[in-house]
Ligand binder design. Structure first.
Ligand SMILES: [Zn+2]
Length: 296
């Protein structure tokens, strides 16, 4: 009798171990991040790295609440308005101008005239560029306040939590003044860097966390994305917003090599067009589409 129970017990153990091995092989691991992930219609975060050629424009959509980081070049303005209207956008909760260079704020006056904006955020740096005066004039005409945040200020767009990691209101080098923004959605995190420089990165290394997705600074310039910066952030994915055959030779090989060393997967708008990341809070799906904002 006792022997029968022993055999039954051993059989049960075999069934449990077998079952465990079968299921553990089927549990998605971190490496399968780009397989289709389950996204429900009313609970998702989408980040669009718009292909605006040699420029930056990032749209964030959390359950139909929207943020926009930078607005491409002036020539992109009309196309961006058309694309965003087609997506059904009427209002941006936040628009962020990382720094007042043409390739980041050029299209923003079109955005200001065509959409409601709850909050418009930028640095205190003033320039005499035409795109800067266009942006400031549009804000004045639309009666939208220009807000300058402080480091570590936070705000929400839907369930996405934004944190100002860095900005510099008192520096001559405009790239180094860039607003650096961290965005957290459940277990996923993103870092948007504008055109920040390695010089500036030194000032906020201690304010960085590990992230899933990095918007590579300054279109892949060799004067940003230092080894120390990458050691702190350890991005799994890196997006480079860059123009095809641009005159600067961006992204620089030295930056691509550093990302490769970290096993970071790199996605480039010059090769893929607009890159769309969809997060369910745990996993991130990466797709690309061609939009008419593509610039050769
Ligand atoms: Zn730029």
């Amino acid at each position: 009798m006792k022997n029968k129970y022993n055999i039954l017990f051993i059989l049960l153990v075999i069934v449990f171990i077998g079952g465990y091995l079968f299921y553990s092989n089927n549990i998605p691991t971190k490496e399968t991040k780009n397989d289709p992930v389950e996204i429900t219609e009313d609970d998702y975060l989408k980040v669009y790295f718009m292909d605006v050629g040699q420029a930056d424009c990032i749209l964030i959509d959390n359950n139909h609440e929207y943020a926009l980081i930078d607005g491409g070049n002036t020539i992109d303005g009309k196309k961006l308005v058309k694309y965003f209207k087609e997506l059904g956008i009427e209002k941006f909760n936040y628009v962020i101008a990382t720094h007042p260079h043409e390739d980041h704020i050029g299209g923003l006056n079109f955005i200001i005239y065509n959409f409601d904006i709850d909050h418009f955020i930028g640095t205190n740096i003033k320039t005499d560029f035409k795109s800067y005066s266009n942006m400031m004039n549009a804000l004045e005409k639309e009666n939208i306040k220009y807000e300058v945040p402080n480091i570590n200020d936070t705000f929400r767009v839907g369930e996405a939590l934004f944190r100002i990691v860095y900005l510099d209101n008192n520096i001559e080098d405009i790239n180094s003044s860039s607003i650096v923004l961290e965005m957290t959605y459940k277990n996923n995190s993103f870092l948007f860097t504008g055109d920040t420089t390695s010089d500036a990165e030194k000032n906020y290394l201690d304010n960085l966390n590990e992230i899933d997705v990095l918007k590579v600074s300054h279109h892949g310039s060799q004067y940003a994305t230092s080894a120390q910066f990458l050691m702190k952030t350890k991005p799994k994915y890196a997006i480079i917003s860059v123009g095809k055959d641009n005159e600067y030779g961006y992204p620089k090989q030295v930056v691509l090599d550093k990302l490769k060393e970290l096993n970071t997967k790199v996605y480039r708008t010059d090769q893929l067009g607009t890159i769309i990341l969809t997060s369910n809070g745990n996993d991130i799906k990466i797709e690309n589409i061609k939009t008419d904002t593509n610039n050769e």
